[in-house]
Design a protein around this ligand. Structure first.
Ligand SMILES: Cc1ncc(COP(=O)(O)O)c(C=O)c1O
Length: 393
């Protein structure tokens, strides 16, 4: 950093400057830059968005739906989100609790921007998707990690340990369920306990439920909204990305207490004025007619999971817990302690890119995350290439 005579000159905001480095993003880019590298590093499949959703964009454009939307989203889409919650979950949500956002990522950002003061602590269940750590830091907050452990062949959160981290600086609890990367799903009784705990202390809950429809054997995962009261300090984040293969669309929604509506609307207006009008129209169709597509995706994920577990079971160095949701294999490789170096080696030596476990929180640097939402042929090829890396030394 160049020096001014009177002081050390730093052109950036402190929280921007202090954000933790994002080595996983570097590796993702590195893998993508290699023409023959198979990437199972990112959280998406290889199927494009189904045509019945894309056609709605064409129709909307041809009908001139190219004007500014409303701050909190098109009223028709907000209504459709309410209808979807009622049909799938049995939730009754007034429209003033629903905001349409430019992705799930954006929804988390809006939620945290609306509540965090500089130095506030957010207690997060880990492993956790790296962006949620970054967004918290950017909003001036500090993530306090509470790592899950494996118990009886499952990932497990010790609630007392989680609650034990709360202190006077705690502003929010952050929970991703179903979880990326483990596929862990918070049990119903824990959801209720967290709600009660937070309610008694006026602490916010940020519940990221973008994988809520990815349960392999159930229609949906338990949601915080199943038990919440309308004015609980609760933000629930959702997205079109994972459920309907719409990762590139940048479309999601945020459910908050009714009293947050105007502020969230203004945040959206000041940030980007919300997602494109014509994609919001397509979002209505995804919510209304997307169940068959989701069903076919789920059977694909389930088959792919078997394929991956089968292959990984051949390696004594690899240990993995079978997940009930999402489309990730999060596995530990005995003897490996630097997942970032391991991923770089895999890209260079065998042409496979995975996500480094170290990106998901402290204590997970011996892990790798493989996304099994891709074509089974591609996954098989990647698994074959991984053989020399994973076999006994
Ligand atoms: C837990 C979690 N939340 C949010 C997102 C992002 O969703 P979107 O594509 O809507 O930004 C992801 C993407 O991987 C995720 O894993």
């Amino acid at each position: 950093m160049k020096q001014r005579p009177d002081r050390l000159f730093n052109p950036y905001r402190a929280c921007f400057d202090n954000m933790s480095s994002n080595l996983a993003a570097e590796l993702l880019r590195y893998g993508k830059s290699k023409s023959n590298c198979i990437s199972l590093a990112q959280g998406e499949g290889s199927l494009p968005t189904p045509s019945f959703i894309c056609e709605e964009v064409h129709r909307s454009l041809s009908e001139g739906k190219t004007f500014y939307s409303f701050g909190a989203g098109l009223p028709e889409l907000r209504q459709e989100i309410a209808t979807y919650h009622s049909r799938i979950y049995g939730h009754s949500l007034p429209l003033n609790r629903i905001s349409v956002t430019s992705s799930g990522t954006n929804a988390v950002h809006l939620a945290l921007m609306s509540i965090l003061e500089e130095g506030d602590e957010v207690i997060a269940v880990t492993p956790i998707w790296k962006n949620l750590i970054g967004i918290t830091e950017l909003a001036g907050g500090k993530i306090i990690e509470v790592p899950m452990e494996q118990k009886d062949g499952k990932w497990h959160l010790d609630l007392q340990k989680f609650f034990g981290k709360v202190n006077k600086n705690t502003k929010a609890l952050m929970i991703v369920s179903p979880n990326n990367p483990t596929g862990w799903v918070m049990p119903t009784e824990d959801i209720r306990a967290v709600l009660e705990f937070a309610r008694a202390r006026d602490i916010w809950i940020i519940a990221d439920e973008v994988y809520g429809r990815t349960m392999h054997d159930l229609v949906k995962a338990p949601s915080f909204l199943d038990y919440a009261e309308d004015d609980d300090l609760l933000y629930v984040v959702n997205s079109f990305s994972k459920t309907w293969a719409m990762t590139g669309w940048r479309l999601g929604w945020l459910i908050g207490p009714g009293h947050s509506e105007d502020k969230i609307r203004d945040l959206i207006l000041y940030e980007n004025m919300g997602p494109p009008t014509f994609t919001q129209h397509a979002g209505i169709v995804a919510l209304r007619d997307g169940e068959d597509f989701l069903k076919s995706q789920k059977s694909r994920w389930k088959r792919n999971q078997e394929l991956v577990l089968d292959a990984l079971s051949n390696y004594s160095r690899v240990s993995i817990v079978k997940s009930p949701a999402a489309f990730y294999a999060f596995f530990q490789v005995e003897g490996e302690t630097d997942s970032f170096a391991l991923v770089r080696r895999m890209i260079d030596d065998v042409g496979v890119s995975l996500a480094p476990g170290g990106a998901f929180g402290q204590g997970f640097n011996g892990y790798l995350r493989l996304c099994f939402a891709a074509n089974p042929e591609v996954i098989s090829q990647a698994l074959k290439r991984l053989e020399p890396v994973l076999k006994d030394n």
